[in-house]
Design a protein around this ligand. Structure first.
Ligand code: PMP
Length: 429
């Protein structure tokens, strides 16, 4: 494939935008080469500036679960736009989407909308600190919760791809209040709780991790966390920015059968527009201003265009929950196809999958935490990424990211993808 125009656009962008991009992972630093500039997208496909058509497994990093340019979302946004793009006043549609979200997700009574997943997680932690009157938080190595200061401590995703898990600019004081545990290692959490009695406000995690590739929690780990939180008056925060409305209507809480005290959302809930949200019981949410003392605000929060896109998306998912079953079946089909290629070609690789999330690590050991995921961040991954791209398959440009399937992907698309991997496999050995 030819990427001449993309490369020229990237050169121009680098003159005016740091690194040429507005979010680091887009720059392809982890895999080398220039990023692809996308001109338009429809259904399961991206169309780039050089006229290439690519099968998309990123789905804008999660939101486009129903495929690109999903008509009800497009129509809703166009309709709203004609009536004015922002008022900074309450609007009826905010209540409509809040009501629907609360109906779809278990264990939440109220929800507050913000503009990104970062804002959602940052605000959820402030709320947890305000509610418990404690300052420390526990997060897990390799989990990414956005780029606010407290979370840039051994974060996954782009933060680790770029080799700066502890970013300059994060103060020592902030870093001290973020305690680090290992994913799927309950003992590492118990030690932190024992060492910091009555000081921990919350434990935040990705209930299915997607920022070190896709990693599932063991039953023992996730149940153990719930128990530890109950025993120690700690709030359990599920960061469902990736998993919310993707694993099922009720997200990871429903999927895993575990109750969280606060849940954060992003991606799917905005239908492709900039939206985040956090939610909990009334008791906890009423701590927020203007009802309670914990401050949180936003000029464009609950923006009518964003809410109309999110509402159209949630309505479709609520009305057609079989989408989740179909997506999981397609993801399983891809998994089986990939596994067969791996077995037939004698490649050393691990495929992890949960719902419509899947990832491939080229390493020997099972991938179940940050350390094991890091083994798959290697030269083989780079070759794999570029080999698939040259065959028209657009995968995340980092081993520390999950793929997100969308339901416009056909079985033919999946077969093309599996065949691309089979063709490429001999080069990866
Ligand atoms: N939490 C998780 C689990 C995420 O995957 C992300 C983004 N990939 C975020 C939070 C931050 O969301 P945003 O990029 O919208 O700020």
């Amino acid at each position: 494939m030819i990427y001449k125009r993309s490369s020229a656009l990237f050169d121009e962008a680098k003159k005016y935008i740091p690194g040429g991009v507005n979010s680091p992972v887009r720059a392809f630093n982890a895999v080398g080469g220039d990023p692809i500039y996308i001109k338009k997208a429809e259904g399961a496909y991206l169309y780039d500036e050089d006229g290439n058509k690519l099968i998309d497994y990123i789905a804008s990093w999660g939101p486009m679960i129903l495929g690109h340019a999903f008509q009800p979302v497009v129509d809703a946004v166009i309709d709203k736009t004609k009536k004015g793009t922002s008022f900074g006043t309450p609007t009826e549609i905010e209540t409509e989407i809040a009501k629907l979200a609360v109906e779809m997700v278990p264990n939440i009574d109220k929800i507050r909308f913000v503009n990104s997943g970062t804002e959602a997680c940052m605000s959820a932690v402030r709320l947890a600190r305000g509610y418990t009157n404690r300052e420390k938080i526990i997060k897990f190595a390799g989990c990414y919760h956005g780029h606010s200061d407290s979370f840039l401590i051994q974060a996954g995703s782009g933060a680790v791809t770029f080799g700066s898990p502890n970013s300059p600019g994060v103060t020592k004081g902030t870093a001290q209040d973020t305690l680090l545990a290992n994913y799927n290692d309950l003992e590492s959490v118990e030690k932190l709780i024992d060492g910091n009695p009555k000081q921990i406000a919350c434990i935040i995690l990705e209930p299915i991790a997607g920022n070190m590739g896709c990693i599932s929690p063991t039953k023992e780990f996730i149940e153990g966390l719930r128990e530890l939180c109950d025993d120690n008056d700690i709030l359990l925060i599920f960061d469902e920015v990736m998993t919310g409305f993707r694993l099922g209507k009720g997200g990871a809480q429903e999927y895993l059968g575990i109750k969280a005290d606060i849940v954060t959302f992003g991606k799917v809930i905005g239908g492709g527009l900039p939206v985040g949200a956090f939610a909990a019981s009334s008791q906890i949410m009423n701590y927020l201003a203007p009802e309670g003392p914990v401050y949180q605000a936003g000029t464009l929060s609950g923006n009518p265009l964003a809410m109309s896109a999110g509402l159209a998306m949630l309505k479709e998912l609520n009305a057609n929950p079989e989408i989740y079953k179909e997506l999981a079946e397609k993801t399983e089909y891809l998994h089986k196809g990939f596994q067969k290629v791996i077995d037939d070609s004698g490649l050393t690789a691990q495929v992890n999958r949960e719902g419509s999330m899947i990832s491939v690590h080229f390493c020997e050991n099972k991938v179940n935490d940050f350390e094991s995921a890091a083994e798959g961040n290697n030269e083989t991954f780079k070759k794999y990424f570029h080999g698939m791209l040259n065959r028209g398959v657009y995968l995340p440009p980092s081993a520390f990211e999950s793929y997100f399937l969308n339901n416009k992907l056909s079985y033919e698309d999946l077969d093309v993808t599996i065949q691309a991997f089979a063709d490429l496999a001999p080069e990866l050995k």
